[in-house]
Ligand binder design. Structure first.
Ligand SMILES: [Fe+2]
Ligand SMILES: [Fe+2]
Length: 530
């Protein structure tokens, strides 16, 4: 008799972990990972052990949402202490790396005064020797250039610290994921599989193509006590068949936040993948099941954790043909290469696009346009607004671009002309710099400086200038992180008094009064351009 075959349930959630922490790009690039372990993870855990109730109270305070607080209601202190001890032991070399970066920066500050840097090589801490070059810019500002490619081949890149955590999800309100390390909960199955392992592809193919239990259990190297839980993730009920768009025009679907799928009968392009799982819920949405069989291009606008979501990307990896990411300057802590990150976690055909580069795709093209701001004035290359032309239609997906210099768009208009459909993020408040980049700094930023340098996107005035400049016919405000199934990664909750809501309401009303179609997207949206 033939062995029965099973599907993976559509609501199997897959959390990517690094040392038990929710993984994102800065936990993969070795130099930034070292800074996060040393300057964030260990600090949060030690602070929790010292005052668990302070964390419990902070987590309950909506004003502290997304802050560096562990969400275990003041409990599980022993386990957090053990995790901190284990991290300090297993990641001792990473901690040494981070401390060496700090002392090398101090050395450069005191000794690099415009003269040759060669004598300073003797003073580079041992942990960094051969992995960094000391450089000046043309104004004699010294800095460290990290050899990223080499670091990935060194002991500072440790895929063994990666794992995936599988569980069943049936509701939207996941807790904020970035500040709380995962501890065992009896309902989740942690598999110590590096992200690059093709077993992950075999597993997630099973959401569409059934497989025998013996095959997948062997691939996953499940132990006997993991088997029972794993079986609850399987079903014999087949999912609805996937349907691609086969019409003559362009179909655009909004999946939530910055995730947009553009399809023609020739090509599919998925922007900033971040998907909801399928389960019974109150808000209509597209999910994994609304994607085509294969995705020709995944397109990334920038490397913030809500735009490069490993949780979604890993589950789609087997069906992604190409990934286009903005080109990093590389070599700095603030701008690790997204291409290297993705390649090292198992993605193939990752291509970089630079400002004003064009890549031809069937029936059209993708052009990387400059993306100003929203990165706290750090020198970051890994950000692009994507101009997509398909079937003679033009779409600009500007993500969190902050129009801090309207002249940019005037130059662009002269080069690329009008744009019919604009997608614009308007998170115009934005968190202060330390929220994401704090662990990368060698010395803390003055509070006022921190508050002035923010992750802010365009407000009403700046947004309207873009709309006017490109003579847009349709404007969609998106990337506001309002879908409740994504709060776990974004920590954004607005009220009617929040500036992004006030400003986007104004922009929409202004557009509509001029006959421009305008809407703030939430949940789901489909437009077909014939
Ligand atoms: Fe962003
Ligand atoms: Fe964003």
């Amino acid at each position: 008799m033939q062995e029965p075959k099973f599907y993976l349930k559509q609501n199997v959630q897959c959390e990517p972990l690094f040392n038990q922490w929710y993984a994102w790009t800065h936990l993969i690039a070795p130099h930034t990972a070292a800074m996060f372990i040393s300057n964030l993870h260990l600090k949060i855990m030690k602070s929790y052990v010292a005052g668990p109730q302070i964390h419990a109270n902070a987590v309950k305070n909506p004003a502290m949402l997304g802050g560096p607080f562990i969400d275990y209601q003041g409990g599980r202190v022993d386990e957090i202490r053990k995790l901190a001890d284990r991290t300090a032991k297993e990641s001792a070399h990473m901690i040494e790396f981070a401390e060496s970066v700090k002392s090398l920066n101090q050395l450069l500050n005191t000794e690099a005064k415009g003269y040759s840097l060669e004598p300073l090589y003797a003073k580079i801490p041992q942990a960094l020797k051969g992995y960094v070059e000391l450089v000046y810019d043309v104004n004699n500002n010294p800095s460290i250039r990290f050899l990223e490619g080499l670091l990935y081949k060194s002991r500072y890149y440790n895929p063994e610290a990666q794992s995936i955590l599988l569980s069943l999800i049936d509701r939207d309100d996941r807790a904020f994921a970035l500040s709380t390390p995962r501890l065992p909960d009896g309902k989740s199955l942690q598999l110590r599989i590096p992200f690059a392992d093709e077993t992950i592809d075999e597993l997630f193919k099973m959401k569409q193509v059934p497989q025998t239990l013996s095959y997948i259990e062997e691939r996953l190297r499940l132990t006997a006590d993991q088997e029972e839980l794993f079986k609850t993730f399987l079903t014999e009920v087949p999912p609805a068949p996937l349907q691609s768009y086969s019409g003559a025009g362009v179909r655009v679907r909004y999946f939530g936040h910055a995730c947009i799928l553009l399809e023609t009968n020739e090509v599919s392009i998925l922007m900033d993948p971040a998907l909801s799982y399928s389960y019974e819920n109150g808000i209509e949405r597209y999910t994994y099941q609304d994607l085509p069989e294969t995705i020709d291009y995944v397109l990334i606008t920038h490397s913030h954790q809500d735009h490069v979501m490993f949780e979604t990307l890993l589950q789609l990896r087997h069906k992604i043909k190409n990934i286009i990411v903005p080109r990093a300057h590389g070599g700095s802590l603030e701008d690790p290469s997204t291409k290297r990150v993705l390649e090292n976690i198992g993605f193939r055909n990752v291509f970089e696009i630079d400002e004003m580069d064009t890549i031809d795709v069937p029936g059209g093209s993708i052009t990387g346009l400059p993306f100003f701001g929203e990165h706290c004035d750090l020198n970051i290359g890994t950000k692009a607004a994507h101009l997509i032309k398909l079937k003679n239609r033009t779409f600009l997906l500007a993500a969190d671009s902050n129009n801090i210099e309207p002249e940019l768009y005037r130059h662009l208009f002269e080069l690329v002309g009008g744009i019919e459909v604009l997608f614009l993020g308007m998170e115009c408040d934005g968190a202060p710099m330390s929220w994401l980049y704090g662990p990368l700094l060698s010395k803390p930023l003055d509070r006022k400086m921190d508050q002035s340098r923010r992750f802010s996107g365009s407000n009403y005035e700046k947004g309207m200038q873009i709309v006017d400049c490109f003579n847009c016919e349709e404007v969609y405000v998106y990337a506001l992180g309002q879908e409740p199934w994504l709060t776990y990664a974004l920590s954004l909750k607005y009220t009617d008094e929040s500036n992004p809501i006030i400003d986007s309401n104004k922009l929409i009303a202004d557009c509509q009064s001029r006959g421009v179609i305008a809407e703030r997207l939430f949940g789901l949206k489909e437009c077909v351009y014939a």
